[in-house]
Ligand binder design. Structure first.
Ligand SMILES: Cc1cc2nc3c(=O)[nH]c(=O)nc-3n(C[C@H](O)[C@H](O)[C@H](O)COP(=O)(O)OP(=O)(O)OC[C@H]3O[C@@H](n4cnc5c(N)ncnc54)[C@H](O)[C@@H]3O)c2cc1C
Length: 557
């Protein structure tokens, strides 16, 4: 009887030409020699033990036990065996720590992101608590709050699994996740404990609710409404006996995907909390956390895309149709190569933002790069999130019916990808943030986009391969069109500016991706005689880079 050979994974570092080629360009030989063993080890875990465990863990989900046998409210969360293992591995392998140990200066962030990229697809979104932990460490450090830094940061960035703490981020309330200024949680000064506030309110989405600490927003009594009136607070979720500190877990969300992530609705009923930085401007003060979680989001997007492709390319060699393996069918391979071009483009943008973060954290960032970091963070998050969903959907189709069947372990790729454009700022919200990052106000033309285009022009100066010159031209034209569009609408109907914000941000995102891809392709041709990246760049250049629509009037609904 016929038996279908399933797709398998090898060492996920060794098998990843895209990652290895990129690292060999950005890392000096000595650095690459030092970081490679850790990447090989993670690549082995991800392709072997963790992947097998992930398949076996498929039906397990986190549980919430609200009451014990004797009627006591306990609100105990238990995560799945894979997540328990993932926490230990994450600590031991320095999934957060690597960025803070700074062993390789600004490249420490790239090293950490490469580890996260390998780890993420085999651990069912354990990247979520890690992203928030990393973001909390960065936020506390940049707050300058010595007491909290000394208290929490060593736990957040340790490699010792026993000492390791994870952090949550409680922002979204029922009133709004995008418009957090509407938050209703109140902070009252504690009468018994100095420097302590008691929080009262309801948090509507709190992922990885088992975390030891959380950063959250609340309005100190008497503060004005809106985002400015919120303050940023630090919460330790449990007391010495392991009991939740006046926090009730009302229920776990029943979600489309990320089902291993215990995402809860919470009631804060006098939860003790400390101010992180001042009694106002909480939304501004939590920005360092969001920048880091958005970086993790981008890295997770490319990690899931790459996992889907690794499985799809392997399966194409094993599945026979019409007398030959799918890998010999031109149309099937053309489909996969289109996905590879999307993945490769997204990869270079996500890792470029990692490089910029690294420069900033090492105190080596130039004024131009700081501007690029601000502008490209939302653009990278929104562009790669959308690409991840598209690629995951096509990956499932490339398996035919098997892609739709749960015990292949494939459908989860699509479900988990679908969250990437939603959390940490939706596509539209980040498109508007992109305009803010460029300092766009009617009647005030920003030159920040000009800084970005000057940078991409410089990258493209050394492109010589004719195919790449042509692809580079597509990127340049798309960026010029973006600038022209912006110039035209910025002084006109504000509705036109807002309505076009997503198309603008996506165009800039795809054009910058193409520029980075072209730059890497030329380098690969010159240094490795490798034309694969060139093929991806050529392909990506013809896959819809310029998405701007030139309406003459604001379109009616
Ligand atoms: C699995 C999961 C886990 C999550 N975990 C957490 C967590 O740990 N902590 C946390 O704080 N939050 C978390 N969230 C919440 C998430 O960040 C929010 O759902 C998200 O920010 C959107 O907020 P909302 O759901 O209130 O949607 P809304 O803000 O109501 O948005 C609805 C729609 O309106 C659009 N929109 C909003 N404003 C504008 C505008 N001005 N112009 C154009 N379009 C607009 C949005 O793009 C969206 O499509 C999680 C969400 C999910 C799905």
């Amino acid at each position: 009887m016929f038996q279908q050979e399933p797709p398998t994974l090898g060492n996920q570092y060794d098998d990843d030409r895209m990652l290895r080629s990129y690292l060999s360009r950005v890392c000096p030989t000595e650095v690459l020699r030092e970081i490679e063993p850790s990447l090989k080890e993670m690549g082995h875990l991800a392709g072997d033990e963790l992947y097998q465990m992930q398949l076996e863990d498929r039906l397990n989900e986190p549980t919430l036990t609200q009451w014990d046998a004797w009627g006591n409210r306990i609100d105990k969360i238990e995560v799945t065996p894979l997540w328990q293992k993932a926490e230990r591995i994450a600590a031991e392998h320095g999934l957060v720590a690597t960025a803070y140990e700074q062993k390789h200066g600004s490249l420490s962030r790239v090293h950490q992101c490469a580890l996260a990229y390998l780890f993420t697809p085999s651990t069912d979104i354990y990247s979520c608590p890690l992203a928030m932990t990393d973001g909390a460490a960065r936020t506390l450090i940049s707050s300058g709050n010595k007491t909290l830094i000394e208290r929490a940061v060593p736990h957040l960035i340790t490699r010792d699994p026993v000492e390791f703490w994870t952090a949550g981020q409680w922002m979204t309330e029922l009133t709004g996740g995008s418009d957090v200024g509407l938050s209703e949680t109140i902070a009252k000064r504690s009468e018994s404990e100095a420097d302590t506030y008691l929080l009262f309110g309801r948090k509507w989405f709190t992922s990885a609710v088992g975390a030891q600490v959380a950063l959250t927003l609340a309005r100190p009594e008497g503060n004005p409404p809106g985002g400015r009136g919120l303050a940023l607070f630090y919460v330790e979720t449990k007391d010495e006996q392991g009991r939740l500190r006046n926090i009730e877990i009302n229920r776990l969300k029943d979600k489309l995907g990320t089902r291993k992530v215990p995402t809860a609705e919470l009631t804060l009923n006098g939860t003790p909390a400390r101010l992180v930085k001042g009694t106002t401007d909480g939304v501004r003060n939590i920005t360092p956390l969001l920048n880091i979680t958005r970086l993790w989001n981008g890295i997770s997007s490319v990690a899931l895309m790459r996992r889907g492709l690794a499985l799809a390319f392997d399966y194409a060699k094993k599945r026979v149709a019409f007398g030959a393996p799918l890998s010999e069918k031109p149309l099937h391979m053309d489909t996969l190569l289109g996905l590879r071009a999307e993945t490769e483009a997204a990869f270079h943008l996500a890792f470029f933002v990692a490089e910029l973060n690294g420069l900033s954290e090492a105190g080596e960032i130039s004024e131009t790069d700081a501007l690029l970091l601000r502008v490209l963070t939302p653009i990278m998050k929104l562009t790669t999130g959308k690409q991840a969903v598209m690629v995951a959907s096509e990956v499932l189709e490339s398996f035919g019916g098997a892609g739709y069947i749960e015990d292949t372990g494939l459908p989860v790729l699509l479900r988990d990808s679908q969250v990437l454009p939603i959390w940490e700022g939706t596509t539209n919200v980040l498109s508007l943030d992109t305009l803010r990052s460029l300092g766009i106000h009617p009647s005030e033309e920003s030159n920040k986009l000009a800084v970005l285009t000057a940078t991409t022009t410089k990258w493209l100066e050394s492109i010589r391969s004719p195919v790449l010159v042509k692809a580079a031209r597509t990127a340049t034209l798309a960026l010029e069109h973006s600038s022209d569009w912006l110039r035209e609408v910025v002084n006109g109907d504000p509705n036109m500016l807002e309505a076009g914000a997503r198309r603008f941000a996506m165009t800039v995102g795809r054009a910058v991706e193409l520029t980075l891809l072209v730059r890497h392709a030329q380098w690969s041709e010159d240094n490795h005689q490798d034309g694969t990246v060139t093929a991806s760049a050529q392909r990506f250049a013809q896959s819809g880079v310029d998405l701007i629509i030139d309406f003459t009037n604001y379109p009616a609904a």
